[in-house]
Design a protein around this ligand. Structure first.
Ligand SMILES: C[S@@+](CC[C@H](N)C(=O)[O-])C[C@H]1O[C@@H](n2cnc3c(N)ncnc32)[C@H](O)[C@@H]1O
Length: 259
């Protein structure tokens, strides 16, 4: 069977994937050619968001859940290039990601990183794990990052409630960063893609703009709010697609501060 982490690695041009992953990923690419660009844009957003948090918002600690197979730059490399003392804990529940985790542990000497093999659906286990307790000071602001993770969490597991539990454990001045797959722009293609994932036993739950917004209830969205991936603070000099050509957009991105 294919795995979501290895299919995503394949979209990004990585080598840590097997024939079953490539086959399912190719089916997705046929159904939705924008997927490769979407994966690249998802990573590019995460890089801009972490850079913003480290360089502009002064955040020095990060908790990244649903990390994925290492890919350059990894998020601690982004944070530590802005602030070398940044500390980051990575969390994923996929044994494939665990097998590659060594690449995530090469920290700057002034900072620190750790890897925790755990499930997002066990927030208390994550928050009380030795990795989090040793690396992060939960009395100081933390940037919680959930890149392309939440669509894999079934509604019955209450993803919004889990995000709230995690944010409740973090102090004022902490940030929530997330990306989320949507049917708003390419409904037919995204629905076909969801079917391909489901056939591999990987349930995926896309959301509308308003439904993604619900994750940010009670927090202050950083400008420009919840936008398609490429519209969130594009790097200077990047040509941003006109709104009329927004058809290929696959996901929303947002960053919000806990007041
Ligand atoms: C599409 S990848 C995203 C990787 C990275 N965050 C990014 O956005 O570039 C989704 C990751 O979420 C992980 N994942 C899925 N369900 C999870 C769960 N319940 N707990 C922890 N990780 C999970 C998968 O193993 C995979 O590595």
């Amino acid at each position: 069977m294919a795995h979501s982490a290895r299919m995503y690695d394949y979209y990004l041009g990585g080598k840590d994937n097997f024939p079953a992953d490539r086959q399912a990923a190719e089916q997705v690419r046929l159904a939705m050619p924008e997927v490769v660009h979407g994966a690249v844009q998802n990573r590019a957003f995460l890089v801009r968001a972490i850079r913003y948090l480290a360089a502009e918002a002064g955040v020095r600690q990060f908790l990244d859940i649903g990390t994925g197979i290492p890919t350059r730059p990894n998020l601690h490399e982004v944070a530590q290039s802005a602030a070398p003392q940044s500390r980051l804990v990575y969390v994923d529940n996929d044994p494939i990601v665990l097998a590659h985790a060594r690449a995530l542990l090469v920290s700057s000497p002034q900072g620190a990183t750790a890897y925790l093999d755990a499930d997002f659906r066990e927030p208390q286990r994550i928050l009380t794990s030795p990795e989090v307790v040793e690396i992060l000071d939960l009395a100081e602001p933390v940037g919680l990052s959930l890149g392309a993770l939440l669509p894999f969490i079934p509604e019955q597991a209450d993803p919004e409630g889990i995000v709230r539990q995690l944010m409740d454990a973090l102090p004022s001045g902490s940030y929530l960063t997330l990306t989320y797959l949507t049917t708003d722009f390419s409904p037919t293609e995204v629905t076909r893609t969801v079917d391909i994932y489901r056939a591999q036993d990987i349930p995926v739950h896309p959301r509308t703009h308003d439904d993604v917004l619900r994750f940010f209830g009670g927090f202050d969205l950083v400008d420009p709010g919840l936008t398609p991936l490429h519209r969130w603070r594009p790097d200077t000099g990047t040509a941003v697609q006109p709104e009329a050509e927004e058809g290929g957009q696959l996901a929303y991105a947002g960053v919000a501060r806990k007041p």
